[in-house]
Ligand binder design. Structure first.
Ligand SMILES: [Ca+2]
Ligand SMILES: [Ca+2]
Ligand SMILES: [Ca+2]
Length: 382
């Protein structure tokens, strides 16, 4: 499943989206339904590592809470350092970081001999399983001297720290997921959501108990079997950056993909691309979509086995696709806001994360006014 992609940007203006809250899943304030986890007190389980004997030290990220008490899943998106992994005098042991894609980052306890201490920065997200997400960046220090009273000096987090796949090697750098080495530098794309393309509509569909849409590997993207009311919409994601959004072969980033065995879906799906939320007047999330399967492709260079969105192209998930909806069966009639956020877990490096959400007003009538899919779909936005 996934977008047909390949659409040229044409006349779609890059400012046709509504900038929302930068990936935070719910607004501030008390929401009866769900609030996102709170990353404000996040810290590494060990802030300063000693002695620098080149071991890989397993850490965790502490201090993240969820206001609703939801169980939290933490995932490390990346680790950077202010020293190159093979910095002079550091032992030249590589890779110096591991655990990306897990809740347990590992960093090598070493630093450059002539340096001022090595600072690692661990970039992670916390997910509450109900569409809430927060982002944390925590520092870990390997001081140059023990007990010298000198704090680690962060000379700039210039070095991606991991077992770098060959196509990501860029001089002394390792390009982060989503970027690509061109002319000796890691180049970043910029995707956004086209609000004008969403065109939400409502229809009813009946699902058998064994339907793919009820399987966890596909979301699940309906709340149960039987007749469901679906708010369908089209997500179009243009890349307005100067460079391709580059994901490449799914096997290079296995932690970001899952393999669906549902009929017709026998390929690797990118899990964390878009978040679909329905908000009430208070900005609280009243329903969210479960769609997991994304195959990023835009432009002639990319396909499902080599994924990406070319500069000047867009990836589109049409509202007729399975799971490209929010199940609103249990949402009372009324006025709401549909919000779609791409790259909401920040797994793809981009030059701008502030334009990744778009929203449009939605009106949900009494269910007797909603027709059956797929022959009809009642427009839900003015
Ligand atoms: Ca929560
Ligand atoms: Ca330093
Ligand atoms: Ca962006």
């Amino acid at each position: 499943m996934g977008g047909s992609g390949g659409g040229d940007l044409g006349d779609q203006p890059p400012d046709s989206c509504t900038v929302a809250s930068g990936g935070s899943a719910a607004s501030s304030g008390a929401c009866p339904g769900n609030e996102p986890p709170d990353c404000s007190a996040a810290a590494a389980s060990i802030a300063s590592l000693w002695p620098p004997n080149h071991r890989l030290e397993a850490l965790s990220i502490a201090g993240i809470t969820d206001p609703d008490g939801d169980p939290i899943t933490i995932r490390v998106n990346g680790i950077t350092s202010d020293e190159a992994q093979d910095a002079h005098g550091s032992g030249r042991t590589m890779p110096d970081c591991a655990g990306i894609g897990t809740a347990e980052p590992e960093v090598r306890v070493e630093r450059a001999g002539p340096g001022n201490g090595r600072v690692y920065a661990i970039d992670a997200v916390a997910l509450d399983g109900r569409g809430g997400v927060c982002r944390a960046s925590v520092d870990v220090c390997v001081p140059h001297d023990e007990g010298g009273g000198v704090a680690c000096l962060d000379d700039g987090q210039s070095f991606e720290c991991r077992d770098c796949p060959p196509e990501k090697v860029c001089g002394q750098q390792c390009c982060p997921v989503g970027s690509e080495c061109v002319d000796g530098a890691c180049r970043l794309a910029d995707i956004f959501v086209d609000a004008g393309a969403l065109k939400p509509c409502l229809c009813k569909q009946t699902f058998a108990p064994n339907a793919c849409e009820l399987q966890p590997e596909e979301g699940p993207c309906v709340g149960g079997s039987g007749e469901r009311v679906l708010l369908r919409f089209t997500t179009t994601t243009p890349n307005v950056g100067q460079w391709d959004l580059f994901l490449g072969n799914p096997s290079d980033n296995p932690h970001l993909f899952s393999f669906s065995t549902c009929p017709g879906h026998m390929h690797s799906h990118f899990d964390s691309f878009a978040l679909h939320q329905l908000l009430d007047d208070a900005g609280c999330v009243v329903a969210f979509g479960g769609k997991r399967g994304f195959c990023l492709l835009g432009g002639p260079r990319f396909n499902c086995d080599f994924q990406g969105i070319g500069a000047g192209y867009a990836d589109t998930y049409f509202r007729t696709l399975a799971c490209q909806w929010i199940d609103v069966t249990d949402v009372p009639p009324g006025s709401y806001t549909l919000r779609v956020t791409v790259n909401f877990e920040f797994v793809l490096a981009e030059s701008d994360y502030g334009n990744n959400a778009a929203q449009v007003p939605v009106s949900i009538p009494d269910s007797s006014a909603i027709p059956a899919c797929p022959t009809a779909c009642l427009p839900a936005s003015p």
